[in-house]
Write a protein that binds this ligand. Structure first.
Ligand SMILES: Nc1ncnc2c1ncn2[C@@H]1O[C@H](COP(=O)(O)OP(=O)(O)OP(=O)(O)O)[C@@H](O)[C@H]1O
Length: 324
C-alpha cells in the first residue's frame, strides 16, 4: 500500500534522508523511530505529499504521493496540529468533511463514530477551551473524516498522558485491524514495541535497523546469561544467598559450572537476558532515545528503557542443566 524506494531529501546542501526503501502492507502498523533530526518527519511529509523527494519514489496505493487524489485519500496527522480554537469539535470536523466533499449524512455518521470510538467528551465546547489530549483526539478524528485507507501519523501520542496515550494507541491498533495501513513516527520505544508490526530505526537520515521488533533483536541484540551458583566463583558477585556471574556464551556458562563444582558447589539457576529495544537503539543510533520510558524493576509493565541491574524484564529462565 505504501512503497518508498530510494527516498532522498536534500535541503540546500544538507542531506536529511539518504535513500530510504521500505513498504507497508494494509492492516500493518509500521513504526519509524529515531532521535531528533533523524529524518522521520521529512519521510512522513513526503508520504503525505507535503514535500517532494529530491530523488526516489514514494507511492501510496500505487500512485505518486504528491498527486492531489493521493493526498486526499490519505489521513495525515502532523506532529503539531493547531486547531481552529473558536470552533467546536463537531463543527471543526464538519468543516474538514466539507473540504473533502463528504456528503453531510455520511460525514455526520463518520464524525460521531470517530468521536464515540475516541470517547471524546465536550464535543460542543470551544476547541480553545479543551485539554491537549482532547485536541489530539480531534486531530486524529480529522484524519479520518475522508475515510482514508492509509494513515500517516507523526508522533500520535506526543504530549499525551499515559492513559490517553494507551487509548490512542489501542485505537490506532483497531484502525489497522480494520484494514487500514498505518505508518507512524515515535520517540517512545515502548509505544513502538507495544503496537508496531514492523519498525525502521533511522539515524542521521539513514535506516540503520529494520524488521519486526524480534527480528531487530535477533539482528542487533545480544544474549547474555546470568548464572547463579551456590558458591562464589571467579568474577561472581553476591546475590542474596547465591552468587551471580554474567557471561555471554554457553561455553562461559559451562566454565562457571565447572568452577562452581571445583569449589564444592553447583549452578542453582541460569537466566538469559535479551537486549531491550532501548539498548539496541543506543547501539545502532549511538544515543539514548528521547522520551523513552522506564518502568521500575518489580513492575510487570513492559518497558523500553528498563535495563538497570536487577531489572529482569528481559530475563528468561533456562534450565540450570542447559548446555550439558
Ligand atoms: N525545511 C528544512 N530546511 C532545512 N533543513 C531541514 C528542513 N526540514 C528539516 N530539516 C533538517 O532535516 C533534518 C531531519 O529533520 P526531520 O524533521 O525530518 O527530523 P525528525 O527525525 O522528524 O526529528 P524530530 O524527532 O526532532 O522531529 C534535521 O536536521 C532538520 O533540521
Amino acid at each position: 500500500m505504501i512503497t518508498v524506494d530510494g527516498l532522498r531529501k536534500v535541503y540546500g546542501d544538507f542531506v536529511a534522508v539518504h535513500g530510504s526503501t521500505f513498504d507497508v502492507e494494509p492492516g500493518e502498523i509500521f513504526g519509524v523511530v529515531g532521535p531528533n533530526g533523524a529524518g522521520k518527519t521529512t519521510t512522513l511529509k513526503t508520504l503525505a505529499g507535503l514535500i517532494e523527494p529530491t530523488a526516489g519514489t514514494v507511492r501510496v496505493a500505487g500512485e505518486h504521493a504528491g498527486d492531489p487524489e493521493t493526498r486526499t485519500a490519505l489521513g495525515f496527522l502532523p506532529e503539531e496540529s493547531p486547531l481552529y480554537e473558536d470552533m467546536t469539535a463537531r463543527s471543526y470536523l464538519r468543516f474538514f468533511a466539507d473540504l473533502y466533499e463528504v456528503p453531510r449524512d455520511t460525514a455526520d455518521q463518520r464524525i460521531e463514530t470517530a468521536l464515540d470510538d475516541l470517547e471524546l467528551e465536550h464535543r460542543d465546547r470551544r476547541l480553545g477551551d479543551v485539554s491537549k489530549g482532547m485536541k489530539r483526539k480531534v486531530a486524529i478524528a480529522r484524519s479520518l473524516v475522508n475515510d482514508p485507507d492509509v494513515l500517516v501519523y507523526d508522533e500520535p501520542a506526543s504530549g499525551l498522558d499515559p492513559l490517553t496515550t494507551n487509548y490512542v494507541l489501542e485505537y490506532v491498533r483497531e484502525l489497522a485491524d480494520s484494514g487500514k495501513t498505518v505508518l507512524f513516527s515515535a520517540h517512545n520505544l515502548y509505544h513502538v514495541e507495544s503496537v508496531c508490526d514492523r519498525v525502521v530505526i533511522m539515524n542521521e537520515g539513514e535506516i540503520v535497523a529494520r524488521g519486526t521488533v524480534d527480528e531487530i533483536r535477533a539482528d542487533h541484540g545480544e544474549t547474555s546469561y546470568r548464572v547463579f551458583t551456590t558458591v562464589p566463583v571467579e568474577g561472581s558477585d553476591p546475590d542474596g544467598d547465591r552468587h551471580v556471574s554474567v557471561v555471554d556464551s554457553m561455553d562461559a556458562v559451562e566454565a562457571v559450572r565447572e568452577a562452581a563444582a571445583d569449589a564444592g558447589g553447583e549452578v542453582a539457576d541460569i537466566r538469559t537476558r535479551e537486549s531491550t529495544l532501548e539498548e539496541i537503539f543506543l547501539d545502532v543510533a549511538g544515543q539514548p532515545m528521547p522520551g523513552s520510558r522506564r518502568i521500575e524493576p518489580g513492575s510487570d509493565s513492559p518497558t523500553a528503557a528498563g535495563n538497570q541491574e536487577g531489572d529482569d524484564r528481559a530475563d528468561a529462565e533456562v534450565s540450570p542443566e542447559a548446555g550439558e
